[in-house]
Design a protein around this ligand. Sequence first.
Ligand SMILES: [Zn+2]
Length: 309
Amino acid sequence: MSRSKAKLRVKYRSSSDSCENFMNRSALFPVIVLLAALSAEAAAVKSTRMLFLGETGVKINIYENPARRITFFAPHYNERQAARAAREAVDAFGGRLIEIESFDERGRPARHIKFRFGGRIYSIDPNRIYTENGRACGSAPDAEAAVRNFAEDLLKIILAPDGKTLREGEKFIVAVHTNADLDAKEKAARKTDLTAAAFVRSTGAEGFSGGAYQEQADGVYLSNAEDDADNFVFLSTPAFIGHFAEKGFNVVVQKSPARLQTQNCRVDDGSLSVYAAREQIPYINLEADGTTGAPRQKQMLEAVYELLN
Ligand SMILES: [Zn+2]
C-alpha cells in the first residue's frame, strides 16, 4: 500500500516539475499536500536483524516509521497485545518498535528464549539480562558470556550504536508489556500479581506487610481514577510522574541509581529499567492488563507521545 502511494507521489511530482503554467501548478498543490499527509501516516517498514545467543539465532524485528524519534521495546513475544498497541502507535504517529521474536516448542509466542551454548540448552527471560548481577541471578549463569554478548548486541539496536546512550533526537526509551501472567507455574512461584500496589513498602500500619516488589521502588502514586490494578506506568526517574499522575494512571518510580547498586536479585534483577537508570537513560515502562487493558495501553501510548511535544 505504501509502495503504491510512493509511486503516485513520484508521478505527480514529475508532472508538476515539467509544468510551467501557474494555474496547473496551483491545481496540483492540494493533491501533493494530501499525498504528503498520507505518507506521514504510512505504516512502519519492517526489517529483521539476526542476533546470536550462544549458537542460536534470535530474530529481532524492527518496525520503523521515521515521522518521530522514539523507540518502543517489546521484550516478551507472548505479550502480543503490548506489541500490537505499540506498532499501531508507530504506524499512526511515527517512531520505532523493536521486538524479540521467540517461540515455544509448540510454536506459540513465548516469553523466554531457548538457546544452545556449549552443548547445553538454556532458557532466559530477555528482560533479566542487561546487568552483570541480573545475569548471575538469572537462569543461565553458566552461559554468562553468551547472554552478555546478546544483551550488548541488542542494546546497540535499542539505543545508539554505543549501546549506552539514547539515539540522537530521542528523549527516553519506552518498554511495553502485557501484564498477564500466562505461565501458571511462574505465577505460582511469584505468589503475587504485578500491580503498582505491589511496589508499596510496609508501613507497619493496619497489618499491611508491604508489596512483593517494594524493594525495587522509591515510591508509588495510586490513582483513584484507575479501575484496573494491572494497568500502571513504571518510571526510572520521578521526572514524568506528574505527567502520568495528572492523566489518572498509577505510577511506580524505580529506586535511584545509587540504591540499585546491590547484589540483591530482587533489586538489580538485570531488567532494562535497572540498566537504563545506571546509564542515566530516562526509561518508561507501560504495563497493561492482558484481557481488558488494550484501550488503557493506547491511552498510555498517547500520553507518551505528548511528552515529545
Ligand atoms: Zn513483559
